[in-house]
Ligand binder design. Structure first.
Ligand code: SAM
Length: 232
């Protein structure tokens, strides 16, 4: 993972639903999936665990959350504890996961893959998913190549590895071995904010937050996203 003040901001402010569309978009996506109390679900890069908690509460699914940031893991665990939800939350990287092959029926990844080595992460996701299992991703997607200067600025600020178009993502999923790849866009959904602030937030992270909202506003056309669903 690259150094990212943005990810530090998300962790210290405890921003839940830190993906485009937030939890309401997640709810829409799962309406089209076959999920029940027997489903083994992994939310990888789970952040503060809003999605993992929702899936355990709503469907009674056997949910595991995993994140590389220890602050996120603590906040997700505290969410599960206060809501009395039997969700396992682990510290670890999507690039090398501590699970045997075919451990999950569904894996969801919400705004995580842009921060990591994508082929490595997708091949790990494919490995730990059972045959016929589903991978669901909500990921940053550029419609056109960005100008060099802008690309550099955004990459440095967010700590992104690289930018992908819709076709790049589809090819990456294919190369990892996924089939039945579908791409959707849903820009109309918004969700209420969800925060779990740390007690002592570094002052510079307030500036990072302001910069993030500015960049988002200024480049909302360029920094688009898509929902990717596919089958192993
Ligand atoms: C934009 S946030 C999204 C969090 C959560 N999925 C959500 O929607 O609220 C990106 C998350 O990916 C996590 N992350 C970054 N690199 C990771 C890696 N290599 N393995 C697992 N999680 C990672 C970050 O710590 C952060 O919690």
């Amino acid at each position: 993972m690259q150094q990212s003040k943005y990810l530090d901001f998300l962790a210290e402010f405890g921003v839940g639903g830190a993906h485009p569309g937030g939890i309401e978009l997640t709810k829409e996506i799962f309406k089209n999936e076959n999920i029940n109390r027997l489903s083994r679900v992994l939310d990888v890069g789970c952040g503060t665990g809003q999605t993992a908690a929702y899936l355990a509460y709503t469907y009674g699914a056997k949910v595991t959350g995993m994140d590389i940031n220890p602050i996120m893991v603590d906040k997700a665990l505290s969410r599960m504890h206060s809501n009395r939800l039997p969700v396992r939350v682990l510290h670890g990287s999507v690039e090398e996961m501590p699970f045997p092959n075919q451990s999950f029926d569904i894996i969801i990844c919400e705004s995580v893959l842009s921060f990591v080595d994508k082929p490595k992460a997708l091949s790990e996701i494919h490995r730990v998913l059972r045959d016929g299992g589903r991978f669901l991703g909500i990921e940053l997607t550029v419609n056109d190549p960005l100008e060099k200067e802008l690309e550099k600025e955004i990459k440095e600020f967010y700590g992104f590895e690289s930018f992908c178009s819709k076709h790049d993502w589809v090819n990456l999923c294919k190369e990892a071995g996924f089939e039945n790849i579908r791409v959707k866009k849903n820009k109309s959904i918004q969700s209420p904010p969800d925060f779990q602030h740390s007690t002592d937030i570094s002052p510079e992270l307030y500036e990072v937050m302001a910069e993030h909202y500015n960049l988002n506003l200024q480049y909302q056309e360029e920094l688009d996203y898509r929902i990717y669903t596919c089958t192993k």
